[in-house]
Write a protein that binds this ligand. Structure first.
Ligand SMILES: *Cc1c(COP(=O)(O)O)cnc(C)c1O
Length: 396
């Protein structure tokens, strides 16, 4: 069975992309081999020449990786998926495949810190021009686009403030400018949001997060039309930012349970966000599933739920600065893991200003609304009452 869209998304999660060998295994096989044998010199020549389809070498394609790609493509409604060694290499492959020196990218200011470094620092040295604009102000995107603009790049909801952009509107602006809209769909996954159906051209994933779901492996993916993915794949097979077959197998298993996990993450996150809103030591909660979120209506028109990330401001109290109060809360937890990863069954807690966003200047942090009292929780699958109890410091 392949990318058969007659099925519901939950069924695609479990079944799409699966292939089996003559042994008839019911769980996908892990192909841990670097190269593939040919029946003859003529067949080798045909494979290398591209006149006969089939595997050659695992830097190019591997059956386990192909199954992962086909499953994720079915879930995102994409013609093609290119799996990569990490989320960052997915972004790199996307840009290297679709841009050249002298080209221009418009990117949201509220993207993953390492993505800011990649665009604004490394790729800039290679002649790529990048303009950072507000995620939520469409007029800034319109004004920033030039004749050289190839890509618009967003994350929605954003990290850590869960701001949301109008995907359809930004896609229209990108297309009028002759550019493509790229959406990093890491926070939602296709179980909650399908950007291509909303007009985006390319979807990026860090499979490391919810696609794995249990914090085991690094991986990524780029998805879109065959035409757009061809140069992305050409870069990957040459540069070697390939996903390992072992990791692809882990992600295949992760995708089978994606829908039930994302529902559970979102249910816990909404319950925690609602509870946080009524705690005396919390001044503000950022969660798209809350009615108090400034873009709640837009978020709910694009997303099936608010997803799993909740961010909130801890009040400075008892002679402590905001940072000291936030750190005291983080250090008081017994259950929740102090780590910046997200998408794990285990809830994680982090202080963005001194970790994920510490390389951003204090002024840029302030402009982005990342205050010293801000705490981010990637809500896991533990019982909600145990998570609340672990944050008891907020109730005092
Ligand atoms: C983690 C993350 C990435 C980078 O993914 P890696 O797998 O760590 O390379 C990119 N975008 C977002 C939104 C992320 O959370």
């Amino acid at each position: 069975m392949n990318n058969n869209l007659q099925f519901h998304p939950e069924t695609l999660s479990v079944r799409a992309g699966s292939e089996s060998t003559p042994y008839g295994e019911n769980s996908e096989a892990m192909f841990l081999n670097s190269s593939f044998r040919f029946e003859s010199a003529a067949q080798a020549a045909a494979r290398f020449g591209g006149t006969e389809p089939g595997n050659i070498y695992s830097r190019f394609t591997n059956p386990t990786v192909t199954m992962f790609q086909n499953k994720l493509a079915a879930l995102e409604g994409a013609e093609q998926c290119v799996a990569t060694s990490s989320g960052m290499s997915a972004i790199l492959a996307c840009v290297m495949g679709l841009c050249s020196a002298g080209d221009h990218i418009v990117a949201s200011r509220s993207i993953f810190g390492t993505s800011v470094q990649l665009f604004g620092n490394i790729l800039k040295r290679w002649g790529l021009d990048v303009t950072f604009v507000s995620l939520t102000d469409a007029s800034e995107w319109q004004a920033a686009a030039t004749a050289k603009t190839k890509l618009f790049f967003v994350e929605t909801p954003s990290n850590p403030l869960t701001e949301v952009c109008d995907i359809r509107l930004l896609a229209d602006i990108a297309h009028q400018a002759g550019a493509h809209l790229v959406v990093d769909n890491c926070f939602c996954t296709p179980a909650i949001q399908r950007p291509l159906a909303l007009g985006a051209d390319i979807v990026i994933h860090s499979a490391t997060k919810y696609i794995d779901g249990q914090g085991r492996c690094l991986g990524g993916a780029v998805l879109g039309s065959k035409v757009l993915m061809e140069p992305v794949y050409a870069f990957l097979r040459t540069a070697g930012v390939t996903m390992s077959a072992f990791n692809a197998w882990v992600f295949l298993k992760g995708l089978e349970t994606l829908h039930v996990r994302m529902e559970a993450h979102a249910r816990n996150a909404l319950a925690l966000a609602t509870w946080l809103e009524s705690q005396p030591q919390v001044s503000r909660v950022h969660y798209p599933g809350l009615k108090s979120h400034p873009q709640h209506a837009l978020a709910m028109s694009q997303q099936l739920s608010g997803a799993g990330i909740v961010t909130f401001e801890v009040k400075s109290s008892a002679g402590k600065t905001a940072q000291e109060s936030a750190w005291a809360l983080i250090d008081s937890t017994q259950l929740i893991s102090i780590t910046a990863n997200l998408g794990d069954a285990k809830s994680t807690i982090t202080h963005p200003a001194t970790t994920t966003h510490s390389r951003v200047t204090a002024e840029a942090r302030a402009a982005a609304g990342i205050s010293d009292g801000l705490v981010r929780i990637a809500v896991g699958l533990e019982h909600i009452e145990d998570l609340k109890a672990d944050l008891a410091l907020l109730t005092r």
